[in-house]
Ligand binder design. Structure first.
Ligand SMILES: [Zn+2]
Length: 189
């Protein structure tokens, strides 16, 4: 929901009720709606702070305000994988029962996840460095802030994500059915 920028339904319902209750009170309808929306976002932030799920996304998007208030930036298929950690990552596929091991195929790191892929693994260092030459050092805590700074930055990161994840998807597919179904023992240890 956070990645998609979709306000959870229970918060919207509460907001609607409050807007209704403000009927007859002074102030324009638009102002009241605006106030209620601000309160909604405050509540959403509180829930996000307390959430146990989505730790990786929380690391990337700790504050909802700048993320939801950005003036540009479409979240495509590949950025969604970067931002959620759900995608062409063996740690994720392993959790889903679709890879025999969560380890990185390239460096043997214990967890091939979004953090490892985009910020650490040597396999993608060349591409990562090319982005860093333009945007400065990439870190999970500052990546999204850099992205929403400008359309150019956003697109640069989106291109990076697409390139890396397209390649990873092919690599994972080339390992044959073993990595996807976990039925064969032909995969590496
Ligand atoms: Zn690696």
């Amino acid at each position: 929901m956070v990645v998609a920028g979709a306000i959870p339904i229970h918060l919207l319902a509460k907001e609607r009720k409050e807007v209704y209750q403000k009927k007859g009170q002074p102030g324009t309808r638009a102002t009241k709606k605006e106030e209620s929306r601000e309160e909604t976002l405050g509540r959403w932030q509180e829930e996000w702070d307390a959430a146990q799920k989505g730790q990786w996304t929380k690391r990337l998007i700790p504050r909802l305000g700048p993320w939801l208030g950005r003036s540009q930036g479409e979240v495509d298929f590949f950025l969604t994988q970067l931002l959620t950690g759900h995608g062409a990552f063996r740690a994720y596929l392993h959790k889903m029962g679709r890879a025999r091991s969560p380890m990185c195929l390239h460096c043997g790191d214990a967890q091939d996840d979004a953090c490892h892929t985009f910020f650490v693994c040597e396999r993608w260092a060349g591409w990562r460095r090319a982005v860093e030459d333009e945007l400065g050092r990439l870190q999970p805590e500052t990546l999204v802030l850099k992205m929403i700074e400008s359309d150019r930055n956003w697109k640069r990161v989106a291109t990076f994500a697409r390139a890396v994840l397209s390649e990873k998807r092919m690599e994972l597919a080339n390992q044959g059915p073993a990595s996807h179904e976990g039925t064969s023992s032909s995969e590496e240890d």
